[in-house]
Design a protein around this ligand. Structure first.
Ligand SMILES: [Zn+2]
Length: 376
């Protein structure tokens, strides 16, 4: 978070005033009023810094986006009122259009609305005609041995167990869960020593949203790796712009891998529960790539904050890489070198400890930064 303020300067000419009022107007609506006594004025200048919070202690970024701001200074002298106006300024989001933030400094709560564009990426490995055409059996690759190992489970064949709408709900839930730092997970963020609770609510829309990313349902085949090269942002590399040429679904996707999934040349059975947990976390991670990219650059995003290589995205070996934390927070956006603790015991993926880091949530809020231009 930056400490940015709107700075108003008034020059008081002639014989001063008895009492004055400064009204700040956003889209011609008064959002803040300041009463000024003459003895507060330093000689003939009056400086006022406004942090953007209205009289109720709230800052709502979307009210400023595409807004017009000006101030009105009314001074009274000998019973006569004199009014002066500042120039009008046009405000708009400077960094991205896909995040709005509302900060309440009285109850120390921050609500983030995140606009994503999660599309229907279709289904892979299911065969709608399977029941009618039994001869047509494309899951042949899942051998009898594989099935025996998995407790004799039949492959998912006739139709997907999750529709696009259900995958969308799960993805949004995952983003909300991992990008919030509030009483639900016992976390917060801190600014000037004050703790704030952050709740992130993702919403799906086609325009003024993040780069589109398809949600894919996958079964009876190779595990599909999710990825998000994001949109293109001005930074030290143009590879993000180049990646936009690759059609959605190849690298850019969030995949729900369920049922018989082939990993390291053998089929394993993934339950709906495991698939769901992983999918929710993956959605939050992949969406996080675009957040990191926008506020800290493509390199930081693709390198998973320094824990993976840049292009091949392999986990960086120690000592440069990071070990899976045995306790405390697990950074949603990092790749960890080792899944074993110091005694060599395997550490299960602990979804309860995974969370977007405080710095990344602050970065997301920072993205609502405004561009201020004097209106003609
Ligand atoms: Zn990643």
């Amino acid at each position: 978070m930056e400490n940015s303020v709107f700075h108003f300067e008034m020059e008081v000419l002639g014989s001063g005033f008895e009492h004055a009022v400064l009204n700040i107007l956003l889209n011609d609506e008064c959002v803040y009023t300041k009463h000024i006594e003459y003895n507060e004025v330093n000689k003939t200048r009056y400086d006022f810094k406004w942090d953007g919070f209205d009289s109720n202690g709230e800052y709502v970024s979307k009210k400023f986006n595409n807004g017009k701001l000006h101030a009105e200074f009314t001074a009274r002298l000998d019973g006569v009122e004199h009014v002066a106006y500042t120039d009008t300024y046009n405000l708009s989001y400077k960094q991205v259009k896909w995040v709005d933030v509302a900060i309440n400094k009285n109850n120390k709560e921050i609500d983030i609305e995140l606009w994503v564009n999660l599309t229907d990426g279709g289904r892979s490995g299911v065969y709608p005609l399977h029941g009618l055409l039994n001869a047509f059996h494309p899951a042949d690759e899942v051998t009898l041995t594989d099935r025996k190992k998995a407790g004799g489970k039949e492959p998912i064949m006739g139709g997907a167990t999750k529709k696009y709408k259900e995958l969308l709900d799960l993805a949004l839930k995952g983003i909300e869960r991992y990008w919030s730092r509030n009483s639900k997970n016992g976390k917060g963020i801190h600014h000037n020593g004050v703790a704030y609770q952050v709740s992130t609510t993702p919403q799906n829309r086609k325009t003024e949203s993040m780069n589109s990313i398809p949600l894919i349902y996958n079964t009876n085949g190779e595990r599909k790796r999710s990825g998000n090269t994001g949109d293109s942002y001005p930074d030290s590399t143009n590879l993000d712009a180049l990646a936009l040429i690759v059609p959605d679904g190849i690298i850019q996707n969030i995949t729900y891998n369920v049922g018989y999934i082939k990993q390291n040349d053998r089929f394993l059975w993934r339950t709906e529960y495991d698939a769901t947990q992983e999918f929710m976390e993956t959605a939050a991670h992949e969406i996080g790539h675009e957040i990191l990219q926008a506020y800290s650059g493509t390199r930081n995003s693709w390198e998973h904050k320094g824990t993976s290589t840049f292009l091949s995205q392999e986990i960086k070996p120690l000592p440069d890489g990071e070990k899976y934390p045995a306790k405390g927070e697990i950074d949603l956006m990092k790749y960890y070198h080792s899944w074993f603790d110091s005694s060599g015991n395997y550490i299960d993926e602990d979804y309860n400890r995974i969370i977007a880091a405080e710095e990344d949530v602050k970065g997301l809020i920072w993205l609502t930064k405004l561009r201020i231009k004097k209106s003609n």
